[in-house]
Design a protein around this ligand. Structure first.
Ligand SMILES: NC(=O)c1ccc[n+]([C@@H]2O[C@H](COP(=O)([O-])OP(=O)(O)OC[C@H]3O[C@@H](n4cnc5c(N)ncnc54)[C@H](OP(=O)(O)O)[C@@H]3O)[C@@H](O)[C@H]2O)c1
Length: 254
């Protein structure tokens, strides 16, 4: 089976750093023509990039316009953008604004991009939405809105997969556990500040709250990218509507 993505036209959101940047590099290494997007162009970006805030009015439209101008239509859409900047303090600390921000970034950006771009994707196309194990193991200290938004993203993705399968377009979800990125470090810093502990203790508490990581380490962004590259390739031609957990064994149930 062919792992080459030669000639495939791909959009990767959240492609500026962390997991998204690793996905961009991996898809390019497989031969795909990749347009990356994030709010800020990375300093060492070496390929096509469009700057846009996918939660702001007009942001999704900017990305859609660039995709149409550059490619006409896509073959691959990897929606990596997501995260949380909500404060610690439990459910009562989360205002309507925090909830809306979590939903805009972690659910509605994907919904809006899909609605604009997927009608033009031909048979053989592949979509990956990056969710989180928090949709099954929600943490309440700072990320309850994020966890709920990711749960909605996973459910939405399943329905989308069922709708698009007869057209030959596949939709899968990748749900990572802890990935050691700058976003994870920022969350740990916020939790440390809220709890009055150092960052090592905050990290230990965070992973303990998830039940620990049996493999003993967080996942690398490149390891998530490898899974994504498999799912969008012809090697995964029979896989759609599935959620793929990559968490070092963190989720304790079948
Ligand atoms: N890190 C983890 O431990 C972990 C665990 C489970 C799931 N995940 C999920 O994995 C995905 C990637 O996480 P990550 O930790 O690799 O992310 P990250 O390092 O924070 O990178 C996020 C990317 O998205 C861009 N971005 C953020 N807000 C944006 C906005 N409003 N509009 C457009 N682009 C925006 C960022 O660039 P700009 O800031 O320049 O826009 C950056 O390129 C997310 O969906 C996350 O929820 C992560």
């Amino acid at each position: 089976m062919n792992e080459s993505l030669e000639g495939r036209r791909a959009l990767v959101t959240g492609g500026g750093r962390g997991t998204g940047a690793a996905v961009v590099a991996r898809l390019r290494a497989a031969g795909a023509d990749v347009l990356a997007t994030a709010r800020t162009r990375p300093e060492h970006a070496d390929g096509p990039f469009v700057a846009a805030d996918v939660t702001a009015p007009g942001g999704v439209e900017t990305v859609v316009r660039e995709v149409r101008d550059r490619f006409g239509a896509l073959d691959i859409l990897v929606h990596t953008v997501g995260g949380s900047s909500a404060p610690g303090g439990g459910f009562a600390a989360l205002t309507d604004r925090h909830w809306q921000d979590e939903l805009d970034l972690n659910l509605l950006a994907a919904v809006r991009l899909d609605r604009a771009l997927l009608p033009d994707v031909a048979a053989g196309g592949a979509v990956v939405h990056v969710s989180s194990i928090q949709r099954r193991l929600p943490l309440f200290e700072a990320t309850l809105g994020y966890a709920a938004a990711k749960a909605a993203l996973t459910t939405y993705s399943k329905g989308l997969a069922k709708e698009l399968a007869p057209r030959g377009v596949r939709v899968n979800v990748v749900s990572p556990g802890a990935i050691r990125t700058s976003a994870a470090d920022a969350l740990v810093a916020r939790l440390a500040e809220a709890d009055g502990v150092d960052e090592r203790a905050a990290w230990d508490r965070l992973t303990a709250a998830l039940g620990g990581i049996p493999l003993g380490r967080p996942t690398l962004p490149e390891e998530v990218a490898e899974l994504v590259a498999f799912l969008v390739s012809g090697r995964a031609a029979a896989i759609t509507g599935a959620e793929h957990t990559i968490d070092g064994g963190t989720v304790p149930t079948v």
